[in-house]
Write a protein that binds this ligand. Structure first.
Ligand code: ADP
Ligand code: YYY
Length: 652
């Protein structure tokens, strides 16, 4: 499984130009395809979902050409030229739900009896309901054949004359059904008006407003009575507005605005603002309810943390911003109490069952989550735990959880490429506005001076100091004390995973006992080197070591700080010295502590240990290409510290 590890972040600030809105891009592509005349579409989003729509209109015979950064769509004037096609819609709900009614309308009254358009998608798409929409189309006379499970894609659309003047559709499963019918309506209402009635409460209304707004830009007027009855007057045709620029994506804006609120800020998103036609800009109001400071411009929004520094818990009806609301469920981790997200039942039929998915993944970070049929309550933990997040092929799950890093936790995102659905550049953009907790990694062989140098540098920088070797030494000590064999990998990994050890200043405590000296014995040195060669032991200590990365920063020393534990460390040093110099230092250390020491034995042990540490299969000791080499054979401690401090200047 591919993954991306996101380190804990100190803060977020900066400015982001939003990628084009998916909702607008896909609507504009279809309307431009159906319109009379060419439309030059600017700032179109390029992502999996928009590719789906673009490929679909091309498959239906519409010409599309790139013109610099823009796309020229040569409209077909109300009837797709090719009505024999197999269209793959991936996992784009908006695409299939708007294409189906438009194609059905084009199939009406044609003279090619063999015309047929089939639509299919990824397995999840075949679980997403479309039956209510098809029922509506059948009221008009459409011929639709289910190719799999009735009510779900894949399906085949066949020619049939559409006759009725009235169609009703459920409004409480997906507002995309209504959008699909509305967009196809002018193609149906050629001689007589078409009335669309919405059964039940209409959810996600702002998306329908986007639809109406864009239809108007393409010359079609819709009469609306409240949110339950829409009339499309007869004889209207889509006509190209010539050129149209796609607004920035307001749903995507939610991640960056939240980053500003959770990570200090200010973070500004450019491309959607006060004048936006997208309902998701209202996400900023929800952040304001949490206490974030929001500033609005015509086409930008800026968010920063509340002056008090603490975000407030919320209880909100989020029916109007279902997508951006997912971001709020992660923001809830930063609130001062339990927060409730209400009226989000549509989450259940999205890319995945988002209520179940968000609950499961928020719990991994330590939150207490109560799941209801149409709501979610999130109680933040005292402290976030590092978590490995599953993403369910859902771009928004992946993007949302990146925000947890602003709470000081490491987050591993599995299958990060799922963001390609709407924002292929997401993680790079997120990295551009966030500052990871700095790490200075010092690796090197025994007695090269890592511990001594790391302690001094950490004190000078005000950072924490992680002596990772001590963890392996404690495992060895615990094993020796409990009589666990030093090659019993499973038992040792068990010990390592549940190690009741703590660092307290210079002291190392095991089960509350001071074992600072005991772990430095030669028996423990040799034992540590042996247990450290076992992959399961290293695995068991992996997240534990990462948990030491906290603000304001960390100096980590060992053998694999820069290669495995903190591969993104901003500064990496490989500290070494000749074997003789190191044996000599170890000898002096032991004598100073009143411990027995023999120079020949020490030199031999040290060479054996170097050999074992360098030759082992997992995380062997070696200088990484991006680490600075420091040979201290002929240096004083002060000189070594000065060298590292000079390198550390890069952290500021
Ligand atoms: N140039 C130097 N840099 C770091 N330590 C040095 C240097 N010269 C002598 N020493 C001494 O070497 C000894 C071993 O250092 P230590 O930090 O325990 O190494 P490590 O953690 O790499 O095993 C310490 O007593 C330290 O004072
Ligand atoms: N990150 C680390 C740190 C130590 N180890 C191993 C290597 C050593 O043999 C033991 C003990 O490490 P430690 O740094 O305490 O050893 P020295 O003080 O350098 O002799 O653990 C490791 O494999 N990976």
């Amino acid at each position: 499984m591919e993954f991306i590890d996101l380190p804990p972040m100190l803060q977020a600030a900066g400015s982001v130009r939003l990628p084009g809105s998916k909702s607008i891009s896909n609507r504009v592509l279809l309307l431009a395809a159906l319109a009379e005349g060419d439309t030059l579409v600017e700032a179109l989003l390029d992502s999996d979902d928009t590719r789906v729509m673009r490929n679909a209109i091309v498959a239906l015979g519409v010409e599309v050409a790139e013109e610099g950064e823009a796309l020229r769509v040569s409209g077909c004037g109300g009837r797709f030229p090719k009505l024999r096609a197999d269209i793959f819609v991936g996992n784009s709900g908006l695409s299939i739900r708007t294409l189906v009614p438009a194609i059905v309308a084009c199939l009406s009254g044609g003279d090619d009896a063999a015309a047929e358009v089939r639509l299919s998608g990824v397995p999840r798409m075949h679980e997403r309901p479309i039956g209510d929409l098809v029922d509506g189309l059948k009221q008009l006379g459409a011929r639709v054949e289910w190719l799999g499970e009735p009510g779900y894609p894949p399906l085949a659309l066949k020619p049939a004359l559409l006759g009725a003047e009235r169609v009703s559709v459920r409004g409480n499963v997906s507002s995309q059904f209504l959008t699909g019918l509305l967009q196809a309506a002018p193609l149906v209402a050629r001689d007589k008006p078409l009335v669309i009635e919405v059964e039940g409460e209409l959810i996600s209304r702002p998306y329908v407003e986007i639809t109406l707004n864009l239809m108007e830009r393409f010359g079609v007027r819709v009469e609306r009575e409240g949110w339950s009855r829409f009339t499309v007057p007869a004889g209207q045709r889509y006509t190209s507005p010539g050129r149209i620029a796609v607004e920035g994506d307001a749903s995507t804006a939610s991640y960056f605005l939240a980053a500003g609120a959770l990570g200090g800020g200010p973070v500004r998103v450019v491309g959607a603002g006060r004048q936006s036609i997208q309902g998701d800009v209202k996400f900023a109001d929800a952040l304001a309810v949490m206490g974030a400071e929001i500033t609005w411009g015509d086409d930008w929004i800026e968010a920063r943390a509340p002056a008090s520094g603490k975000l407030k818990a919320f209880d909100l009806d989020l029916n109007h911003i279902p997508d951006a609301a997912m971001t709020l469920s992660v923001a809830a981790l930063f609130a001062d109490g339990p927060s409730t997200l209400r009226n989000i039942g549509s989450w259940r039929v999205k890319e995945t069952d988002r209520i179940a998915a968000m609950a499961a993944e928020l719990r991994k970070l330590g939150a207490t989550v109560d799941e209801f049929p149409e709501a979610l309550r999130v109680t933040p933990p005292a402290e976030l735990r590092p978590a490995v997040i599953d993403t369910y092929d859902d771009h928004r799950v992946a993007m949302c959880f990146s925000l947890a890093t602003l709470g000081g936790a490491y987050v591993r995102i599995n299958d990060p490429k799922c963001v390609n659905k709407t924002f292929p550049e997401y993680f790079q953009t997120f990295a551009g506005i966030t500052r990871p907790v700095p790490v200075l990694a010092i690796d090197g062989p025994s007695a090269s001076g890592k511990g001594t140098v790391a302690a001094r540098v950490a004190a000078a920088l005000g950072f924490d100091h992680l002596d990772s070797g001590a963890l392996y030494r404690i495992v060895a000590l615990a094993a020796l004390e409990k009589g666990v064999a030093l090659d019993d990998e499973a038992a040792l990994a068990g010990l390592a995973a549940a190690l009741p050890a703590r660092f307290e200043g210079d002291k190392v405590l095991l089960d509350g006992r001071d074992v600072s000296d005991a772990i430095r014995s030669e028996a423990c040195s040799v034992g540590a080197s042996r247990v450290a060669a076992l992959p399961a032991v290293r695995e068991a200590l992996f997240w534990r070591q990462r948990a030491y990365r906290r603000g304001p920063g960390l100096v980590g020393e060992g053998r694999d700080m820069g290669s495995v534990i903190f591969p993104d460390a901003q500064v990496k040093i490989f500290l070494t010295a000749s074997a003789e110099a190191r044996a000599d230092r170890r000898y002096k250390q032991l004598i100073d502590k009143g411990m027995p020491a023999n120079m020949d034995d020490l030199l031999r042990d040290l060479r054996e240990r170097d050999e074992r540490d360098s030759r082992r299969a997992v995380a062997p000791l070696r200088k990484e290409d991006d680490a600075a080499l420091l040979d201290t054979s002929d240096m004083t401690v002060g000189q070594a510290v000065d060298f590292v401090m000079a390198e550390a200047a890069a952290l500021r």
